[in-house]
Design a protein around this ligand. Structure first.
Ligand SMILES: [Zn+2]
Length: 257
């Protein structure tokens, strides 16, 4: 087994709100958790702790429960982790605030029999079969909303964790039912990768290569290698379209099972 991960802030002066972990439980198999903390525009979020605190709490709980409760399906793991994280600041913070700290989620868990996955919001999961074909698992709800709508803070807030909008892990455990979940026989998966949108933009925004090529970069150059390539495109004066996209926190984890 080989696991390689990297995470880089979008701006040196701001904290990285991505959160990444890999665990190899004593019981065998493995767990990957990748969160992208959502920074809503407009400042106030009703929370005294901030998004990095929230992502660390939620990510820690997801990692622990995924590894210790193999009997618990990943959507239940997510529901319980959201509930426990909400409890940790219910007394101090306004959890009903529409911009309460929230995060996109990818969880992958494998054992000798299955590779299970859960994807919520716009982080990307890649599954590679032994023959080399790559399947991208996406929750495309955010992509279905027109870009011009997402340019408005009020319109985006109205769609945040609302029917017909997009869903992130915030303070309501019921969001777990919205996650894209599945499992694949272990023998049909050779490698997995999870990317926050700051890293997946190498493929889905900049079109530097398809998902198969993205996985090949991760294998050959590592997670940091992919992030370095994203940063190079973002600062390339010959790619003005890329330059207008601000740097974002970027994280990638790659595991050969
Ligand atoms: Zn709080």
């Amino acid at each position: 087994m080989r696991i390689d991960l990297a995470s880089a802030p979008g701006h040196q002066e701001r904290p990285n709100e991505d959160w990444v972990s890999a665990a190899i439980p004593a019981s065998g198999g493995g767990v990957l958790v990748v969160l992208d903390g959502v920074t809503p525009p407009g400042g106030d979020d009703g929370c005294v702790h901030g998004v990095p605190w929230f992502a660390a709490r939620l990510g820690g709980r997801l990692t622990e429960l995924s590894g210790s409760r193999r009997d618990m399906p990943l959507d239940q793991v997510l529901a319980e982790s959201v509930r426990a994280t909400a409890e940790a600041h219910r007394d101090t913070c306004d959890l009903s605030h529409v911009r309460t700290p929230q995060a996109t989620v990818v969880v992958v868990r494998w054992d000798a029999q299955y590779v299970e996955h859960l994807v919520l919001s716009d982080s990307v999961l890649l599954l590679e079969a032994p023959g080399g074909e790559v399947t991208a698992v996406l929750d495309d709800r955010l992509d279905r909303i027109p870009r011009e709508v997402l340019g408005s803070v009020a319109a985006t807030d109205a769609l945040r964790n609302a029917e017909g909008g997009f869903f992130t892990a915030a303070a309501d455990p019921a969001v777990a039912a919205r996650a894209v979940t599945g499992r694949t026989p272990r023998g049909r998966v050779r490698a997995v990768a999870a990317l926050t949108d700051g890293a997946s933009r190498w493929t889905d925004t900049f079109g530097e290569g398809d998902w198969t090529q993205c996985l090949a970069v991760l294998r050959k150059e590592g997670a940091q290698g992919l992030i370095d390539r994203v940063r190079a495109v973002e600062s390339d004066p010959a790619r003005p379209a890329a330059r207008y996209k601000r740097h974002d926190d970027a994280s990638a984890v790659y595991a050969e099972l």
